[in-house]
Design a protein around this ligand. Structure first.
Ligand SMILES: [Zn+2]
Ligand SMILES: [Zn+2]
Length: 213
């Protein structure tokens, strides 16, 4: 007979066990709820904002590829690029202005990625208007990717890699030194053919945010 049984009368012992059982249930319930809440917090939707001129098949390709990593993706109907983003001297659009436009949406649970076939640019160091493949806040809620500077033959696959790179920035990933990693710095070129996947360290951060990698 245990000391506990010896000290507590039979009737009280039943109550003691019942209370212990109920308390255990409550606590496991609490832990479950906390984990559930945490899951919901990190569960954002990726919204692909398509801009006039981007081929439909490019959008579908990028959508499907992103979905294989992160299932919550929606595609928004095509709209024109914002007029205020147009940079006449180079006949292209300012990527930072496109981001400012996308940011106007107050939807908290969304990350927006704009897809365009127009040339886009940004200020880089001393170069006021530098052509880029894409741009994204790090971390942030908005990014944009363009097909304009991509190889015609590998356009869709390269667009996906630019898109996933910019989405990686929005999730808080900086540039990565691994040459095969999606988060590699383009350094004014197009290194997407050498990029194969997210490296181990970059994967780790995204996995914490619910990405299936
Ligand atoms: Zn980057
Ligand atoms: Zn990496």
């Amino acid at each position: 007979m245990s000391i506990l049984k010896a000290l507590i009368p039979k009737k009280l012992m039943f109550n003691y066990l019942t209370i212990t059982f109920l308390l255990t249930l409550c606590f496991s319930g609490l832990i479950y709820c906390t984990q559930k809440d945490r899951k919901t917090e990190s569960s954002i939707t990726i919204a692909i904002q398509t801009f006039t001129g981007i081929p439909e098949q490019d959008v579908v390709y990028v959508e499907q590829k992103i979905k294989s990593f992160y299932p919550k993706v929606v595609v928004l109907p095509k709209i024109n690029l914002p007029k205020q983003a147009y940079y006449k001297p180079r006949n292209r659009y300012r990527a930072d202005s496109i981001l400012a436009f996308l940011r106007q949406s107050k939807a908290d649970d969304y990350v927006f990625i704009g897809l365009t076939n127009k040339d886009i640019s940004n200020t880089k160091g001393s170069v006021k208007d530098f052509g880029v493949l894409g741009l994204g806040y790090c971390p942030g809620k908005v990014c944009v990717a363009s097909t304009f500077r991509l190889d015609k033959k590998a356009r869709q696959e390269q667009l996906f890699k630019v898109a996933i790179h910019e989405l990686g920035h929005t999730q808080g990933l900086p540039h990565c030194k691994q040459t095969h990693c999606f988060m590699r710095d383009a350094e004014g070129k197009n290194p997407t053919n050498e990029e194969k996947e997210f490296c181990k360290d970059c994967k780790k951060l995204l996995q914490k945010k619910g990405w299936k990698l």
